[in-house]
Write a protein that binds this ligand. Structure first.
Ligand code: BDP
Length: 697
């Protein structure tokens, strides 16, 4: 048990009664159709059922016997069966599925079907999950469809196999040995993605290298696409805007230049010739030094539309990122993406989707939802989450991110009245969007257990589940994951689920409580660095974000400050503008307040901040104890790994607390309140720490 099998453990069901109940409903398997996808569905079903039921489950070719698990697309079903399932078939979309007990010629069977091969594959994985999580299959009747079209992983993987902000080893893609050497990991990667419904992967870094678009590399990309295809996983590439110059020999990359337009059209044709189902391009342009249309006096619409025209004949899309902030713009960084993009609403081509980070700064432990959500009714907007923990303890800290994702999805934009949640913006229902999508920056590397920390597999899993349906509950997802990955014993599930669900608030408490943000150390973003103030661009410095001084702390984004609140719907702006209604979790994001400001619980702001840091540390201590008490339910390897990692997290939570409190104390000039441990080390000590080789930088 080294974690390699992720949530696809398919553990033998020890409980006799339960196993026999399953066996009485499952004899053999009957696959209808023999496409590559049906083949992998059959393999998975055989593997999963045989392991869990402890007997070999065979595949048969005809309808002999009873209690068969029959699966295939609608087009492979006979007319009578289609008629029987008519109502259900009308209710699912192209990637949806039906799992249902049916009677054929007086015999009981289970049918798994859908409109497409991949829909059936999702149904097969869902059926396996039902058994993995020990749910009853008696009279089974399940119907489900994804609520979002594009459900992507974004790999920030470089061609030299380093991974930007990746903390789980090197890139999975072994470019040197591709295309001839197919690592079995590629298959397991695709299986894992399909099992949670992820249907797209952008395999290269948004800080792109044009070489990926040369024939030498496209041949390798094609090999990967061939492995992923049966699993419904489409490949996307990041397009470096200056590629026509770098690999095309042109003098310009101006999107108005005829040769440039033609170069992209020809390049796109070349890609589709190799990969007919290529998904399209993901672009970071005019952001953090990346080239883009503005280099030629053009704008985002010009750039995105040019690429969109190139991929349109093949059904491809362009995901154009809104993560922009300029060194020439003195305005609050949090406002810049909105200011730059919202005026373009309605001007992008139909196959362009704007990819927006969940918050307006950058993947902090907590950010209020990005004001662009709901503000571009005529433009498809796609969510970008970061699954890799650049700002949340790398792959060392246990933080269950679906809790964060859920908070963002549930936020109310009020753009079409109360109840206009971000989830409804993303699933397209709020403004009737033609394309919908969610992207997650992957936390996967070539570490044996994929994510570095056994529990961070849950973030890949949970991300996939929420991309499938942004309205799912993070607690339910945690329970599914625990059951499939570790154990179905409620003595284990209940405390672990609680630990996971609390872990997100815990990291906020010991890193950035009460709306503080971006106070991580420079460059690598590892550990605290609220004192950093010497970087060339002001908005790269933590002091820009906390603005601590003798009078208080926090960033005034109300109408007396940067007025970033004005980018939200008036109802939301009112809530944030007023300290009485602004949620305390976001307080210092929106307000600069005196150290004596009274919090709702009666504490002063200074005491409140200090107590939150302490609470974070205490909570990690509880996590350590919880884990220790559950040793008997876990295999040795994963138990020891998690124990060591939790101990590091504990140590580092104290580092965060002490470094931040010592630093802020210089301004507040107040004693630590009762209950907060006194730091043993000095501020100078914390400031002297350097991490020249921190991973992922
Ligand atoms: C920031 C990262 C940087 C990424 C950038 C992005 O620090 O490495 O390139 O986001 O999303 O979070 O483009």
């Amino acid at each position: 048990k080294d974690g390699y099998n992720l949530w696809l453990q398919y553990d033998y069901i020890q409980n006799n009664e339960l196993r026999l109940a399953y066996k009485s409903n499952i004899s053999n398997i009957l696959a209808l159709g023999d496409s590559e996808t049906m083949q992998v569905a059959l393999n998975e079903l055989q593997l999963g059922l045989s392991k869990m039921l402890g007997t070999e489950i065979l595949s048969q070719k005809d309808l002999k016997g009873e209690n068969l698990v029959i699966f295939g697309t609608q087009s492979n079903l006979d007319k009578k069966l289609i008629k029987k399932l008519k109502k259900e078939l009308e209710q699912i979309n192209n990637e949806g599925f039906i799992i249902k007990q049916i009677i054929i010629k007086g015999k009981k069977h289970i049918i798994i079907t859908g409109k497409t091969d991949v829909g059936v594959l999702y149904g097969v994985f869902n059926f396996l999950r039902i058994i993995q999580t020990h749910k009853s299959i008696k009279n089974i009747d399940v119907l489900d469809s994804p609520k979002v079209d594009i459900r992507m992983l974004n790999h920030w993987d470089n061609l030299d196999r380093t991974v930007e902000r990746g903390y789980a080893g090197f890139s999975l893609w072994d470019w040197h040995r591709l295309p001839d050497y197919i690592d079995s990991r590629y298959v397991d990667y695709a299986r894992a993605n399909a099992s949670v419904g992820i249907n797209g992967t952008a395999i290269t870094n948004v800080n792109a290298n044009a070489l990926i678009l040369t024939p030498q590399y496209l041949e390798k990309v094609e090999a990967l696409a061939n492995v992923f295809r049966p699993y419904g996983l489409k490949v996307y590439l990041t397009a470096r805007f200056s590629a026509p110059i770098e690999i095309g020999g042109l003098k310009t990359a101006d999107p108005y230049d005829a040769e440039v337009i033609n170069w992209w059209k020809e390049k796109t044709k070349e890609i589709y010739k190799r990969i007919p189902d290529f998904g399209g391009f993901l672009v970071k342009a005019n952001s953090e030094g990346q080239p883009g249309p503005q280099n030629y006096g053009r704008n985002h619409v010009d750039g995105a539309n040019m690429l969109a025209e190139a991929v349109a004949p093949f059904g491809g899309i362009v995901m154009w990122r809104a993560f922009v902030y300029s060194e020439h713009d003195a305005d609050d960084r949090a406002k810049q993406a909105f200011s730059e993009f919202v005026p373009y609403d309605g001007q992008f081509k139909d196959n362009v989707i704007i990819q927006v980070k969940n918050g307006a700064i950058d993947f902090q432990p907590r950010e209020p939802f990005h004001p662009m959500f709901g503000a571009m009714p005529k433009t498809p907007l796609m969510m970008e989450f970061q699954i890799t923990q650049e700002y949340l303890g790398f792959s060392t800290h246990l933080v269950y991110l679906p809790k964060l994702f859920e908070e963002v999805f549930e936020a109310d934009t009020y753009r079409a009245g109360k109840g206009s949640t971000v989830a409804k913006v993303i699933d397209g229902s709020l403004h009737n969007k033609k394309i919908t999508g969610v992207a997650g920056v992957s936390n996967i590397g070539n570490d044996r257990n994929w994510t570095g920390h056994p529990f961070l597999q849950a973030n890949w899993y949970g991300y996939g589940r929420l991309a499938w349906n942004p309205h799912l509950n993070s607690g339910d997802i945690a329970e599914e994951w625990i059951r499939s990955t570790f154990s179905n014993d409620t003595h284990f599930i209940n405390p672990i689920k609680e630990m996971m669900l609390n872990s997100r608030e815990t990291v906020v408490n010991y890193m950035t409580p009460l709306g503080l943000h971006h106070i991580m150390d420079t460059g690598h973003h590892y550990g605290p660095g609220p004192w950093v103030e010497n970087l060339s661009r002001p908005e790269w410095n933590p002091v820009y974000y906390h603005k601590a001084d003798k009078n208080g702390i926090g960033f005034d984004r109300t109408n007396s400050g940067s007025n970033a609140t004005n980018q939200y719907a008036p109802e939301v702006a009112d809530i944030f503008n007023n300290t009485a209604t602004c949620p305390e979790k976001d307080l210092l994001w929106f307000h600069h307040l005196s150290w004596d400001y009274k919090l709702k619980d009666g504490n002063t702001l200074w005491d409140g901040i200090a107590l939150k840091y302490q609470q974070g540390v205490n909570e990690v201590e509880t996590m350590v104890h919880t884990w220790k008490s559950l040793e008997k339910y876990v295999d040795n390897q994963r138990f020891n790994e998690v124990e060591m990692l939790l101990n590091i997290q504990h140590k580092e939570s104290k580092w965060w607390r002490d470094a931040c409190l010592l630093y802020f104390q210089q301004f507040s000039e107040k004693e630590l309140p009762e209950g907060v441990e006194k730091p043993i080390k000095t501020l100078e000590y914390f400031q002297s720490l350097k991490f020249p080789f921190a991973p992922g930088n």
